[in-house]
Design a protein around this ligand. Sequence first.
Ligand SMILES: [Zn+2]
Length: 239
Amino acid sequence: MNADTHPLPARRCLLRGALTSATALGAGLTVGAAPATAAPRPRHRPATPAQALRALAAGNARWRAFREEHPDETRAVRQELVAGQHPFAVVLGCIDSRVPPELVFDQGLGDLMTVRSAGEVLDEAVLGSVAYGVLELGIPLVLVLGHQSCGAVRATVEADESGEHLPGHIQYIADRIRPVIDRTRTGEARVDATIDANVRLVRDLVAAEPDLAARVRAGELAVVGARYELTDQRVHRVA
Ligand SMILES: [Zn+2]
């Protein structure tokens, strides 16, 4: 739809070397230093898309019930993570202060790679960050996380209706979301439906990246759209 969300010309350079060795996958940011022995895998690590989804669902259930475990914050974990990281999910979410992924999924250090932009919109840096997690760290799940009452989506809808040009670089955000504004509805229903449509758009754009699409076809990766409800703190899948 626009040049900014299309394939990354510098990707090969970014990832060069890391994909030549299976052992490099999972070695995290220490790829360049390449220790002879990989860091010990911390605790239980979800290794498949289904396991990763279950771990996020379980964490969100703890969050909703005020039964958080606050995992992976101990001194031992902090020391263990010096040697490398094995996060099991990329969460691409909005900047909204009410939806921090580590909190709403009750996860700790080394568990999630989080990428956040207003309205979880894509640009080259966001897409490259997601690709880094998947291709270099071997992460099996990308969760695109929208949320109830998203200010970025609301601003986009309101600016579209009023014809206002948003200040600074906010218009860039709105330009990414505008194509999926739900014009079959009005008012709050329009904002709400556009939140879901935007999740689907971002999910589909991420999943269409050729290197990621190959992993999806191989069953090694799932790219899933989801939404967080401020009202009851539930994360549910956006079909
Ligand atoms: Zn938002």
